[in-house]
Design a protein around this ligand. Sequence first.
Ligand code: XMP
Length: 309
Amino acid sequence: MVSQLLDEVTGNIRQNLKGKGILACSGGTDSSVLAVAAAMAAPQNVKTIFIDTGLLRIGERERVEKLFRDFNIQGEVIDASETFIKNLSGITDPEKKRKIIGETFIRVFEEAASRSDVQYLLQGTIAPDWIESGGKNRDAIKSHHNVGGLPEKMNLKLIEPLRDLYKDEVRQLSKELGLNEYLQPFPGPGLAVRILGEVTRERLDRLRRATRIVEETIEERYNPEDRPWQYFAIYLPVKTTGVHGDKRSYGDTIAIRAVNSLDAMTATFSMIDWNILEDISVRISNEIEGINRVVYDVTHKPPGTIEWE
Ligand code: XMP
């Protein structure tokens, strides 16, 4: 039986979409729920774009490709990783990185929209995205925090079918639609803001593997309800000495961050079992060439933010 919530969202899409629409799905909860609801409401009239920025975690693209297949979504996967990495080359300032990623995303999306004869843009804005600031700074928040802060000059009519929903309602919908795996929050600019200094292919590759090791170990060792709220790796281009075989080496550093939080506004670092940290550390230093040292971040928010950039 279709819930009232799902009925409202699909009803909103049917009512407002009077032509063809396009949306960007990042693979996160909000945009995935939107993509599925839109495919249910108007299967012929909505095109869903997934942009592979090259800044994603292992398995993310495949998860979205499966979503497209499982729900008969008219989806297009655009591999723009070359462009993103080229545009980020030589950039070390965190704000510049975010800006370049945001702009590149918009350009790639615009290009896809211009190929697609569409009149509507569907966005997965939810209530906290605009209510937090008293509703005034809506656009500022979107552009600050979301890569998908898409441009007005595209001349598309905006539809926001989830805009009255709170996160728990979106999660409820996600569960109802069978997308019920719990997803950690993940920043729009992706792994780029978890690499201090320049983003290079080599660093991305190492960070992706370290992130996987952190995820696998924590998910194996903790039941879902006992896991930290967010857990990931950060790449530090800080060289320290190490010994590999009988040789001295200089390698970079991986930091592990795991936090508990309710709403990301404040957070405490998770007191992860030493044995679990040991497993993570041993695997990272054994499996990832070029990494000599693993450290654990014991900073609460405030004063630290959850992400390092
Ligand atoms: P900070 O680092 O500000 O992060 O303590 C708070 C939460 O927000 C996530 N985060 C982002 N999410 N776009 C997003 O959609 C972003 O640019 C972004 N930056 C940080 C972060 O992972 C944490 O959950």
